[in-house]
Design a protein around this ligand. Structure first.
Ligand SMILES: NC(=O)c1ccc[n+]([C@@H]2O[C@H](COP(=O)([O-])OP(=O)(O)OC[C@H]3O[C@@H](n4cnc5c(N)ncnc54)[C@H](OP(=O)(O)O)[C@@H]3O)[C@@H](O)[C@H]2O)c1
Length: 238
C-alpha cells in the first residue's frame, strides 16, 4: 500500500513509453509501473532507470492478453491498493513492414492484428483498471495516438495503423463521455514524428519531446480537459 499515485505505462521497455516512464518517475508524488511483454526487457529498462536514481517497478504485460491484463489489475490492487494513471502507449505499425503500404494491398490479418494491439488492448486495460480508479475517485488515462488517425488530415497508406488510431481516438471520446461526472480524465495525444524504432532515424523529434504531452496529460489537475486530442500540449482536431 502506498500514498503515492500509481502510474501504469504499457510498452515501457523502449521508445516513447520508456521516456514516459522516466519523466513520470522523476515526480516525487508518483510511483511508476513499467510494463513490458518481455520481462527481461522490462527488468533491463528498470535497471537503466535505477542507474539514474529512479525507482520504478515492472510487470509483465502482453497488452493484447486478457489474462495478463486481469493479472495486472489483481497485482495492482494487492500491492498498492490503487491505480491512478494509465498510459496506453504500446502500439504497432505493421503496414509498411509487410509491404502493405497501399489500401489496395491491406490484408485483413494485418488490420486485425493492428486493432488487437492498438485498440482492443487499450480497451481491455481501461475495462480492468477504471474500476480501481473509481474506488479512489481519481484517474488519468492517456491514449498515445497519432496524427495518422486524424480524419481531418487523412492521407493514403498506413491503412491498418490509421484505422487503429481513429478507433483509439473513438475510445477516448466514449470513455470521456461515460466518465464525464468523475475525476477520471481521458485524452488522446500525438507525440509527433519521433526517433524510435517505429519512427526511424529520420524523425524530427526526440523521445523527450515525444513523451512530454503524454506526461502532462497524465498529471493534469482535476479541472483539466477530458475527451480531447493534443499535440505539444495544445488541442488538435479529430
Ligand atoms: N515514433 C513515432 O514517430 C510515433 C508517432 C506517432 C505515434 N506514435 C505512437 O507512440 C507509441 C509508442 O511508439 P514508439 O515510437 O515508442 O514505438 P516503438 O519504438 O516501436 O516501441 C513500441 C513499444 O510498444 C511495445 N508493444 C507493442 N505491442 C505490444 C503489446 N501487444 N504488448 C505489450 N507491448 C507492446 C513494444 O514492446 P517490444 O519491445 O516487446 O516490441 C515497445 O515497447 C505507439 O502507440 C505509436 O503508435 C509513435
Amino acid at each position: 500500500m502506498t500514498d503515492k499515485r500509481i502510474a501504469v505505462v504499457t510498452g515501457g521497455n523502449r521508445g516513447i513509453g520508456f521516456e514516459i516512464c522516466r519523466q513520470l518517475a522523476r515526480r516525487e508524488d508518483l510511483h511508476v509501473v513499467l510494463t513490458s511483454r518481455d520481462i527481461a526487457k522490462g527488468q533491463a529498462a528498470v535497471q537503466k532507470l535505477a542507474s539514474e536514481g529512479l525507482e520504478v517497478s515492472t510487470f509483465q504485460l502482453e497488452a493484447t492478453s486478457a489474462a495478463d491484463i486481469s493479472a495486472l489489475a489483481q497485482w495492482l490492487e494487492q500491492t498498492y491498493g490503487r491505480v491512478d494513471i494509465l498510459v496506453n502507449n504500446a502500439g504497432v505499425l505493421l503496414d509498411q513492414q509487410r509491404g502493405q503500404g497501399s489500401v489496395f494491398a491491406a490484408e485483413i490479418d494485418t488490420l486485425k492484428e493492428t486493432m488487437d494491439n492498438n485498440v482492443y488492448g487499450p480497451l481491455q486495460l481501461c475495462q480492468a483498471l477504471v474500476p480501481l480508479m473509481k474506488k479512489n475517485g481519481y484517474g488519468r488515462i492517456v491514449n498515445v495516438s497519432s496524427g495518422m488517425g486524424q480524419l481531418g488530415d487523412m492521407g493514403g497508406g498506413y491503412t491498418a495503423y490509421r484505422f487503429s488510431k481513429v478507433s483509439l481516438n473513438a475510445l477516448t471520446r466514449i470513455l470521456a463521455a461515460e466518465l464525464h461526472d468523475s475525476l477520471i480524465l481521458v485524452n488522446s495525444m500525438c507525440p509527433g514524428w519521433v526517433k524510435t524504432d517505429m519512427g526511424g532515424p529520420s524523425a524530427n523529434r526526440t523521445v523527450e519531446q515525444g513523451a512530454d504531452t503524454a506526461v502532462w496529460l497524465a498529471t493534469l489537475p482535476n479541472e483539466g480537459p477530458s475527451g480531447m486530442f493534443f499535440r505539444d500540449r495544445s488541442p488538435i482536431s479529430w
